[in-house]
Design a protein around this ligand. Structure first.
Ligand SMILES: Nc1ncnc2c1ncn2[C@@H]1O[C@H](COP(=O)(O)OP(=O)(O)OP(=O)(O)O)[C@@H](O)[C@H]1O
Ligand SMILES: [Mg+2]
Length: 331
């Protein structure tokens, strides 16, 4: 359980302290007063990086460092510092540039923008499922960051007028290797979600609707060698456009509601319920994986939900520690 949070020079907070309740902590305040920033700081201390920005944007303007300190009821403490240049985690009596795996704690983060994910762009959907995949599986997180590095390098090469196919080849190899790994992991994740989605949905809506997801990979079902071939085949187009056109960075996820595409078919409330259901499943999966109930961070989502859905949210996270923000008192 999270007991206390202290911030220094974190976005608009010069000095801030939050004492957390074992069950629900409410952060109440007007627009722009820094509520989401508190959740962001907690997320960094528990997960190792922000969900919305890089450090130099986070440091309070006109200052040159920030500090986050979180304390757990176990006595464990994580201190994050950033000196304008480097971020450092102090855990136990160790210093590290990245938060060590054993000091990470599972978090379910629910942002207002998550509520319309069903209709969101492929980029936002990938971000959403990548965040989930990375929390559930460190290998996934690894493959993804290696893939993204290779993609960035390859795109930089493509923008050079003298880029030749030979120079791209080593990046192609890495992208095919990690691309296939990521696709396999995304496939597994969607299968797992599909085993639970309809039931979780019905626990909110109490009806006979069915919900499932489709993982639509741009790369089809290509083997690693086939992937490599297709990637290399796009060389002319890639060079012309200055970026990589083939790969899992173009994958999409679709929601199916009562056997038709949810987008443009399910109502707004139904789409929101699908997202609630996904968050409940996320919490269960994290609990099963870590043997620890995740901390639930709810950013301003209550005001967007009707009574039934608010109730479902409260009931489902009854046994989790919850920190929520709101502009108006939600209860
Ligand atoms: N690096 C920074 N230094 C100083 N202030 C910042 C920095 N980054 C953001 N801010 C300010 O902090 C505030 C945003 O904080 P935050 O998003 O946490 O607010 P909020 O309470 O969640 O608002 P809302 O209710 O609108 O969601 C804004 O006023 C923004 O201008
Ligand atoms: Mg906010």
């Amino acid at each position: 359980m999270l007991e206390r949070v202290r911030l220094a020079n974190f976005r608009s907070h010069e000095a801030y302290r939050l004492d957390c309740k074992p069950s629900t902590t409410l952060i109440l305040g007007e627009n722009g007063c820094g509520k989401t920033s508190v959740l962001e700081a907690i997320y960094i201390a528990l997960q190792g990086k922000s969900f919305r920005a890089v450090d130099r944007e986070i440091v309070k303007r006109e200052t040159d460092f920030y500090r986050i300190e979180v304390e757990f009821d176990s006595g464990e403490r994580t201190i994050v510092t950033y000196d304008g240049n480097k971020r450092q985690f102090l855990v136990g009596d160790r210093k590290a540039a990245r938060l060590p795996k054993k000091y990470k704690h599972p978090v379910v983060l629910f942002l207002p923008s998550d509520l319309n994910l069903v209709e969101a762009s492929p980029t936002r959907k990938r971000d959403f499922f990548d965040r989930l995949g990375a929390q559930l599986n460190a290998d996934y997180s690894n493959s993804l960051s290696r893939y993204n590095k290779a993609l960035k390098q390859r795109n930089e090469l493509l923008k050079r007028p003298d880029a030749d196919e030979g120079a791209l080849f080593s990046w192609n190899l890495l992208m095919a290797k990690y691309g296939v790994e990521i696709r396999q992991e995304r496939t597994r994740m969607v299968e797992e979600l599909n085993r639970r989605l309809t039931e979780a949905y019905r626990s909110i809506a109490e009806n006979h609707d069915t919900v499932r997801m489709i993982y639509d990979s741009y790369t089809g079902e290509s083997s690693e060698s086939e992937y490599l071939r297709l990637l290399s085949l796009d060389y002319e187009r890639d060079h012309l456009t200055g970026h990589t056109n083939f790969g899992i960075h173009k994958d999409d996820f679709e929601f199916v509601f009562n056997e038709v595409g949810a987008e443009g078919n399910a109502s707004r409330g139904e789409m929101r319920s699908i997202m609630l259901a996904l968050k409940f499943i996320e919490s269960d999966l994290l609990h099963e994986t870590f043997g620890e109930r995740p901390l639930v961070l709810l950013d301003d989502v209550f005001s967007e939900l009707d009574d039934t859905r608010q109730k479902a949210l409260t009931t489902n996270f009854e046994r989790n520690q919850v920190i929520l923000t709101s502009v108006k008192a939600p209860f």
